[in-house]
Design a binder for this molecule. Structure first.
Ligand SMILES: Nc1ncnc2c1ncn2[C@@H]1O[C@H](COP(=O)(O)OP(=O)(O)O)[C@@H](O)[C@H]1O
Ligand SMILES: [Mg+2]
Length: 249
C-alpha cells in the first residue's frame, strides 16, 4: 500500500502539489488524470524521492519513506517510467533490460556480471520479459534502432526486471499514434498482479476507462475528484476543464 498524506510541494511561489492525500491499494490500477501542469509528474517525483515534499509524508506499507533517496525508494519496489523514453540507445535491448535488475545497481553486480552463467540467466529472464511484451525478436538490436513505441515497451520490460511491485507510469501513450493505444491498454492490463499497484498518468479518458479500476482527477495541484471513470467524468470540475469553454486543453 502506498499512502500519500497531505503532500504539498512548492516551487518558489508556485504550489505544484497542494495538500494531496491518496491511498493506492495492492492489486489496483489507478488512473491519474488532469490537465498539463496539474502536478501529476511532480507527484511521481515526490513519491520516488526525486523531489522532497515541502510538507506531508509518503508511506509505503507501514514505512515512512519521505525524503529517501531515489535509489532507496526503487529498492523498496517502487518503479517508474518517464514521459520521454529513457533507454540506452547504444546498448542492445536485452542489455538495457538486464541493467534494470536491482542487483546491477549494487557493487556486487559488476563482479557477478563477469560470471557467464549468471549473465546468461539474467539475459534469459530479460528475454522472457521482452517476450511477455511482444518484443523478443528485438532483443539483440540496439535500443536506438527501435521505434519510439518499442522503446516505450522496453521501459516496461525494465520495470519488470527491476522487480518493482508499485509501478508509476507517466503518460506511456505520450508521443504514440492512436493506433498503439489499444496495445497500451492491453500492456498495462497485463502488468496487473495480485500484489502490484499501478498508477497510470494518462490524458485520454478512453484509455483510462480501458484499464483503470479507479480514477484520481488532479487539477492545480489538488485532488478534485476520485471515483470510477464515469463518476469522475461527470464531475463539474473535469467537465469544465476538458470540455468547457476556456478549457486549458
Ligand atoms: N523542478 C521544478 N521546478 C519548478 N517548477 C516545476 C518543477 N517541476 C514542475 N514544476 C511546475 O509544477 C507544475 C506542475 O508540473 P508537472 O508536475 O510537470 O505537471 P503535469 O505532469 O501534471 O503536466 C507546473 O507548473 C510546472 O511548471
Ligand atoms: Mg507530466
Amino acid at each position: 500500500m502506498l499512502r500519500l498524506d497531505k503532500l504539498t510541494k512548492s516551487f518558489g511561489g508556485l504550489t505544484a502539489i497542494n495538500d494531496v492525500s491518496i491511498t493506492f491499494q495492492p492489486g489496483e490500477i489507478v488512473g491519474l488524470i488532469g490537465p498539463n501542469g496539474a502536478g501529476k509528474t511532480t507527484l511521481f517525483n515526490l513519491i520516488t524521492g526525486v523531489l522532497p515534499p515541502t510538507q506531508g509524508r509518503v508511506f509505503f506499507g507501514e514505512r515512512d519513506i519521505t525524503g529517501l533517496r531515489p535509489h532507496r525508494v526503487a529498492r523498496l519496489g517502487i518503479g517508474r517510467t518517464f514521459q520521454q523514453t529513457r533507454i540506452f540507445h547504444d546498448l542492445k535491448v536485452v542489455d538495457n533490460v538486464v541493467l534494470a535488475r536491482p542487483e546491477v545497481n549494487g557493487g556486487l553486480a559488476r563482479a557477478l556480471c563477469t560470471l557467464p552463467s549468471v549473465k546468461r540467466a539474467w539475459a534469459q529472464e530479460a528475454i522472457a520479459h521482452l517476450e511477455f511484451l511482444g518484443l523478443a525478436d528485438r532483443a539483440q538490436e540496439y535500443g536506438g534502432d527501435l521505434s519510439y513505441a518499442e522503446q516505450k515497451l522496453v521501459m516496461f520490460a525494465c520495470l519488470m526486471a527491476s522487480g518493482a511491485t508499485t509501478l508509476l507510469l507517466d503518460e506511456p501513450t505520450a508521443g504514440l499514434d492512436p493506433t498503439s493505444h489499444l496495445g497500451m491498454i492491453a500492456t498495462v492490463t497485463r502488468l496487473r498482479r495480485p500484489g502490484t499497484t499501478i498508477v497510470l498518468i494518462e490524458h485520454n479518458l478512453d484509455i483510462v476507462r480501458g484499464c483503470c479500476d479507479r480514477v484520481v482527477f488532479l487539477a492545480e495541484g489538488a485532488v478534485k475528484a476520485v471515483g470510477s471513470t464515469d463518476e469522475v467524468e461527470r464531475s463539474p470540475e473535469l467537465r469544465d476543464l476538458y470540455f468547457g469553454t476556456g478549457s486549458t486543453k
